[in-house]
Design a protein around this ligand. Structure first.
Ligand code: ZN
Ligand code: ZN
Length: 682
């Protein structure tokens, strides 16, 4: 043995010692001192870098090796392929693949499988397929890798196809194959294939495998077989946090939040620790199901258990604030996300836009949109919708055109948002032209688009046209279309068409009190009091009760709710006194109480309480009394704002000199200086 070689052997031993004790720094120092390291030495270090999660270093060292014209072996290539997978770098991946071919490894199954995996991680299906096709023999890992590759590259159909071909080629799937193919069944909602796989799992004793079982639960859940999902879940020997998350998500997305919450308690009771995904599932699920306070409560519990909110958490909490119309809460989350996620994030920014718009602060919503450097379809849709619900139809249209010009493709939701803007601003010609253009974008107008178009015509007073439009629509008109026509008939006092629309609605949704009240109001306004009584009787006979009207306002983070004639508020005396005083000033300016709305059953609230004490007036007065230097009041109402209150609040805004924003179920009204943004059409 020559002395030089033995010295290298010694060095190699020391190098191994360093690497075994994870001392990469000293290992590298030693390596750099070796004048001419051999392939074994290179391999040791490259492999170590990959294993320690330093793929960049690993790849850099590989390039050094290649520059020294050293021929890589299978071990080095395996290691650097893993590094490329880790980096998701398709260009580097291709170079490694070319080296593998160049040095004669194109039919090596172990390296081939690694290369398929590498290409899949780099989102390059072509590369993966190329390697796969070149392999003269394919084992279960090759097939699993290619199927998983299709799946992770968003090609579930091809993944299932590969899975079938694997069977036809006589290769038996293992539990990894099964757990990588199940997500494709979930994506495709392929219940039949999913059931076949379930059968295979049972026959081959794979049910104990937690990944397989979790996959099955998810597959059944996505295929809307909740009962089956639960059966698999209940029979699982071992449940990891992933399977708990899956089953809770299932119940939330099917509206059974009660079961989801029970499962959450059961999970913690059984000692399974919630992870970040669990908290996000719970917070998002509660927000989606309207359990908004619960969502916020879970956020504090999550933070108490030492978890930091991520972007998904933020989006969930923002939805809760949006539903709660809690501008204060939303602003806090805005501050939080600003501090913790300084970079731009399109999902958070969009959720913030929606929150501000729905809480009545359109200006901030617009500012966030203007600052976004990247805007996707959802962001554009949100901005269009925000303007539409605030009655800025022209603005909504102009944003739609900007969206189109910037090359972002509109989708079905975009057209709903633009059309609703057209309807609230009486932009009939624009609405018609938008509606007629929907098919140019390869979108088939659905029932909602047709209903929106009826609304556009109806709100502009073109009721006959709206009726003809309904009769000529290719789909069976449902509650949306007839409801839009009925709404138009109320504004324009058209009893004849109103009766036609209402008759349809009484069939389609016999339990909705709103339709009876609207028609009875239309009759009353047309002085057809007998017909009005008949409708009220019909409603009584059918046992339908109206929803009591109420309005609410947030002052210093607390919600104060008012019903008509309400005297429960601690400031009641001041409120009524203030309204009386205000009434006198308003009369001087020309306000005349519209007694039509005080007549029997004309208003949607109880008539006994009288015009002066409608809930929206009380809430507005309370808001003005608690302004404390502010300039905007935001009132929310569960029913459509009445004509007299609408007129009174215009005067109130003028007399007090503030902006009053009232949101009813249909839209936002911005009252400034005696004018409302809806121009008296709503
Ligand atoms: Zn009123
Ligand atoms: Zn208005």
């Amino acid at each position: 043995m020559s002395p030089v070689l033995s010295k290298l052997e010694v060095t190699l031993k020391v190098l191994k010692l360093y690497l075994n004790s994870c001392d990469l720094q000293h290992a590298r120092q030693l390596f750099d001192e070796i004048p001419d390291p051999d392939l074994r030495t290179w391999t040791l270090l490259i492999t170590a870098y990959t294993k320690r999660g330093l793929p960049q270093e690993s790849h850099r060292l590989y390039l050094d090796l290649r520059n020294k014209n050293i021929k890589p072996d299978k071990m080095v290539l395996l290691s650097v392929a893993k590094a490329c997978a880790r980096m998701s770098d398709p260009i580097k991946a291709k170079e490694v693949h070319e080296d593998a071919i160049r040095f004669g490894f194109s039919s090596d199954i172990v390296l081939g499988n690694a290369l398929i995996h590498m290409y899949a991680k780099c989102n390059s299906v072509h590369g993966a397929v190329e390697v796969f096709d070149q392999l003269p023999t394919k084992d279960v890992i090759s097939w699993t890798s290619i199927a998983a590759g299709y799946s992770s590259c968003g090609l579930p159909r091809e993944a299932l196809q590969a899975f079938r071909e694997m069977g036809l080629n006589g290769v038996r799937p293992n539990s990894i194959t099964v757990s990588s193919i199940l997500p494709s069944c979930s994506d495709l909602k392929a219940l039949t294939s999913g059931k076949e796989i379930h059968g295979f799992v049972v026959r081959n004793g794979m049910v104990e495998n937690v990944f397989v079982s979790s996959g099955l639960v998810d597959m059944y859940a996505k295929c809307s077989s909740i009962r089956q999902a639960r059966v698999v879940f209940d029979t699982m020997q071992r449940r990891d946090v992933v399977s708990w998350n899956v089953i809770m998500t299932t119940y939330f997305s099917n509206g059974d939040w009660g079961e989801a919450l029970t499962l959450f308690d059961q999970m913690t009771g059984e000692g399974t620790k919630a992870n970040l995904a669990t908290w996000n599932t719970m917070i998002g699920g509660c927000a989606e199901n309207g359990l908004n306070e619960k969502a916020l409560d879970l956020l504090s519990r999550m933070q108490d258990s030492g978890f930091k909110a991520n972007k998904i958490t933020i989006a969930g909490v923002l939805q809760a604030c949006t539903n709660l119309e809690s501008l204060g809460g939303g602003k806090e989350i805005h501050g939080y996300s600003f501090r913790h996620f300084p970079g731009e994030d399109i999902v958070i920014a969009t959720a913030l836009m929606l929150m501000y718009a729905k809480c009545g602060d359109l200006e901030t919503s617009r500012r966030i949109f203007a600052k976004m450097t990247q805007k996707d379809t959802v962001a554009w849709n949100t901005m269009i919708l925000a303007n539409s619900i605030h009655g800025h139809g022209l603005e909504a249209l102009s944003i739609f055109h900007q969206m189109r010009d910037s090359g972002i493709k509109p989708n079905a939701v975009t057209f709903m948002a633009v059309l609703s803007g057209c309807s609230h601003s009486q932009l009939v010609d624009e609405g018609l032209s938008i509606f007629n253009s929907i098919r140019n974008y390869n979108i088939e107008p659905d029932e909602d688009h047709y209903s929106c178009m009826v609304d556009v015509l109806g709100r502009a007073g073109r009721l006959e046209e709206a009726y003809t439009f309904i009769q000529e629509m290719p789909l069976k008109p449902m509650a949306g279309a007839w409801g839009a026509l009925l709404g138009g008939c109320r504004v324009y006092k058209n009893a004849k068409l109103g009766a036609i629309a209402a008759k349809q609605l009484f069939e389609i949704e016999p339990d909705n009190p709103g339709n009876y009240i609207l028609l009875s109001n239309i009759y009353a306004a047309a002085k057809l009091s007998d017909d009005a009584s008949k409708i009220r009787k019909l409603m009584r006979d059918r046992g339908i009760v109206r929803m009591p009207g109420c309005s609410w306002i947030r002052v210093k983070g607390r919600v104060y709710t008012f019903t008509a004639g309400d005297k429960r508020n601690a400031m009641s005396d001041e409120i009524y006194g203030f309204l009386k005083e205000l009434g006198e000033k308003m009369r001087i300016l020309g306000y005349v109480p519209n007694i039509e709305y005080a007549l029997q059953d004309v208003h949607e609230e109880e008539k006994e309480e009288g015009l002066g004490s409608h809930s929206e007036k009380l809430a507005t007065a309370f808001g003005i009394l608690n302004l404390e230097g502010g300039s905007t009041i935001r009132v929310f109402k569960n029913l459509r704002i009445c004509g007299d209150c609408h007129s009174a609040i215009k005067f109130m805004a003028k007399v007090v000199g503030v902006q009053i924003i009232v949101r009813d179920p249909l839209r936002f009204h911005h009252f400034i200086d005696g004018i409302c943004s809806c121009h008296d059409f709503w």
